[in-house]
Design a protein around this ligand. Structure first.
Ligand code: UDP
Ligand code: MG
Length: 327
């Protein structure tokens, strides 16, 4: 059994993958630990897959899996963790934003008995607006969520074997790994490093994708939005009751005739707005239930140099994929 598995999801990373690989091997070799590198090509449309094939052919410590299309980073990380056979696994980005030089330190902390070692980046060199937005997001999330999610603690982390097994034991198809890592628990330690700019290529996280990711995160780990809808409904009902009593009182004691046209319209519009929003929230959850109930595999493998392990019964499809013929 190798000591360390490095899991690297790659999506259109042809420009950096060679530099990354060199840096990674240079950082790992001095540690004298045995290691393997599990690359997952997330349906890249550039030369990434070809480069991975070459890396795997040149170095027996390199393995790879390639998806039939882009399934997203969460699926790619899952596939990588399933490939990983080591005592510990490290999740890393391929764009050199997760400096491989930190690996010895992470291994060291793991040796001290920590099951999760998180390298947390600061926000140096990032746009002011983006920093402010993510700060606000994390503040909201911290108040709403049942699991703790830390600002800047991304996916650069080391997981012990039992932590990896626990992550793999969660079957949900809507995977929000920040929440999952926090949910599984175990002894966790984190340290901060200076944020690095992407070495080459471009980020795949535009504004809209980030926003959707944020909403996913909020919804996949709690049902508080539903609770909020109930609270809003109750407040509205009580204020309507008070208002009605006030009008009845007015008419009874002073005999005032209240023309209620504006009030009526406002009330109707406000109420329909709230109802629509609430329906939307419920719809989101129902959609998620629908999605989960289909029990689809998380990804489809196009090609791999590793015999797929059996994750029955869910992944019959994944295991049905033949291994890559020797070239
Ligand atoms: N990635 C992936 N699938 C995707 C998007 C991204 O596997 O659909 C990988 C990407 O190749 C990189 C990592 O996830 O290794 C982080 O992506 P990126 O650098 O674009 O995100 P950022 O660092 O801007 O958050
Ligand atoms: Mg990046």
């Amino acid at each position: 059994m190798v000591h360390l598995s490095v899991v690297v999801p790659c999506f259109n990373e042809a420009e950096v993958i060679d530099a990354f690989h060199t840096a990674l091997v240079a950082a790992l070799e001095p540690t004298r630990e045995t290691f393997e590198i599990c690359y997952v090509d997330d349906g890249s449309s550039d030369q990434t897959l070809r480069q991975l094939r070459r890396l795997a052919a040149d170095d027996p410590r390199v393995r790879f899996t390639s998806f039939s299309r882009n399934f997203g980073k969460e699926s790619a990380m899952l596939a990588g963790l399933r490939m990983a056979g080591g005592d510990a696994a490290v999740l890393m980005d391929a764009d050199l934003q997760h400096p491989p030089e930190l690996l010895p330190r992470m291994l060291d902390l793991h040796r001290h008995g920590y099951d999760q070692v998180v390298a947390q980046r600061d926000r140096a060199g990032e746009g002011k607006l983006r920093t402010a937005l993510s700060r606000t997001y994390y503040r909201i999330v911290r108040r709403c969520m049942d699991v703790e999610v830390i600002d800047g603690a991304g996916d650069f982390r080391l997981l012990s074997r039992r932590a990896v097994d626990s992550v793999l034991s969660l079957p949900e198809s809507n995977r929000f790994s920040k929440g999952i890592f926090s949910w599984i628990g175990f002894d966790t330690v984190s340290f901060t490093y200076r944020n690095v700019e992407r070495a080459a290529g471009e980020s795949k996280w535009g504004g809209r994708r980030l926003l959707n990711y944020g909403i996913d995160g909020l919804l996949s780990f709690n049902s508080k939005p539903l609770r909020l809808a109930i609270h809003t409904g109750l407040c509205l009902f009580l204020s309507a009751l008070a208002y009605a009593l006030w009008i009845i009182g007015n008419v009874a004691f002073d005999g005032v005739d209240t023309p209620g046209y504006t009030t009526l319209l406002t009330a109707i519009v406000a109420l329909s707005g709230i109802q629509l929003a609430t329906l939307g929230v419920i719809g989101e959850y129902v959609g998620r239930i629908y999605h989960e109930s289909k029990r689809r595999p998380h990804y489809v493998v196009r090609e791999t140099d590793t015999a797929p392990k059996d994750f029955s019964p869910r992944s019959a499809l994944e295991s049905a994929v033949p291994a890559r013929p020797a070239s």
